[in-house]
Design a protein. Structure first.
Length: 157
């Protein structure tokens, strides 16, 4: 199963087509992640994200393709920017950490409290399920807002 672009998904359902079981699984996987159907995936191995190559504004979302203990560092906040980051590892396969720029924070942390500069959010390996994700929006110069999240995540201690 893989997350697909909207044009790929539409191609499965043309007049006269008989979509396969695998194509239905890809449709379901894609629909589980809000906004993914209109974007193309990019695998990031360096750990540092960039607006020009990894943000929703350029039609991309980031996947962690089974790299355990991967940390993605966000750039300094630009208001209006969105990042969609998906853990595509098999269940229990990969710890994934999202780290704001040192001068930024998650405005409200996972526990629901006011955020703290340079504190990460972590998708825990023991409870990670394939396609856990987080959608982040730059909504103030001071930090990121967690728009949507799936899976078990914790705040850095």
């Amino acid at each position: 199963m893989a997350i697909q672009t909207l044009s790929n998904l539409l191609g499965y359902f043309n007049a006269g087509d008989e979509p396969t079981e695998a194509q239905f699984a890809e449709l379901i996987s894609t629909l589980m992640i809000p906004g993914a159907a209109g974007l193309a995936s990019v695998t990031v191995t360096t750990g540092t994200l960039a607006y020009a190559t990894h943000s929703a504004q350029v039609g991309k979302y980031v996947i962690n393709d089974a790299v355990d203990a991967q940390t993605y560092t966000l750039p300094a906040v630009v208001v209006g920017t969105k990042f969609l980051i998906v853990n595509t590892a098999a269940d229990g396969g990969a710890l994934m950490t999202i780290s704001p720029d040192g001068n930024d924070k998650f405005n409200v942390d996972i526990a629901g409290a006011a955020g703290t500069d340079d504190k990460d959010i972590i998708n825990t390996k023991a409870t990670q399920i394939q396609y856990d994700y987080v959608i982040l929006s730059g909504d103030s110069a001071a930090g990121w807002t967690i728009d949507s999240i799936k899976g078990v995540w914790v705040d850095e201690a």
